[in-house]
Write a protein that binds this ligand. Structure first.
Ligand SMILES: NC(=O)c1ccc[n+]([C@@H]2O[C@H](COP(=O)([O-])OP(=O)(O)OC[C@H]3O[C@@H](n4cnc5c(N)ncnc54)[C@H](OP(=O)(O)O)[C@@H]3O)[C@@H](O)[C@H]2O)c1
Length: 160
């Protein structure tokens, strides 16, 4: 099933604080764009509310229990629809946040995890725990570049 999850976490698994990312990592955002461009992206309603606009060049799909939800440039989806599309061979990226990663990890084939080398104070949203069915395929540590606040390690995980 070509469902990919992509997230950035700190050294304690924190991914968010006060409805936003707790860092600015330009290199990670560039990698995120390169990996997801051209593919549907799936996000929870709260992650959508943290974005300034729908991600260009990608079908933007939002998970919400509010049947009346709508917003320009995005579509409401369901977990069943995401599963059906990935099982039919389409590559979709789950882009957050904490609730939606936890909900979809068991369905995923690939995790693109960035470890940001800091432990943020007051993180209120966390990455899901990855069990022993996951195997680290590759890992690259990149020192902070221009536009990055911290060093980071890019990891590619696949199912055993
Ligand atoms: N570091 C990273 O890589 C990264 C990436 C993305 C986001 N984030 C951060 O994560 C935080 C947001 O994460 P979050 O956990 O608070 O929220 P979230 O996962 O973005 O969205 C949660 C919402 O998803 C909907 N939802 C949950 N389960 C559902 C289901 N079974 N079916 C349909 N809809 C469902 C609900 O929307 P309704 O309430 O409308 O029903 C729920 O309120 C922010 O701080 C954001 O910046 C970090």
């Amino acid at each position: 099933m070509p469902l990919h999850l992509i997230w950035a976490e700190d050294e304690a698994g924190g991914i968010g604080r006060d409805g936003d990312l707790p860092w600015r990592q330009r290199t990670d955002l560039q990698r995120f764009k390169a990996l997801t461009l051209g593919h549907p992206v799936v996000m929870g309603r709260r992650t959508w509310e943290s974005l300034p606009f729908p991600l260009p060049g990608r079908e933007n799909l939002v998970l919400t229990r509010d049947l009346s939800w709508s917003d320009e440039g995005l579509e409401r989806t369901t977990l069943e629809e995401v599963k059906a599309r990935s099982e039919a061979g389409e590559t979709l990226f789950v882009i957050g946040g904490g609730e939606i990663y936890a909900l979809t990890l068991d369905e995923a084939a690939v995790v693109h995890r960035t470890v940001v080398h800091i432990t943020v104070e007051g993180a209120d949203t966390h990455a899901p725990a990855m069990d022993t069915t996951w195997s680290l395929h590759s890992s690259e540590t990149v020192p902070a570049q221009e536009g990055d606040q911290h060093d980071q390690t890019f990891e590619h995980w696949t199912r055993l």
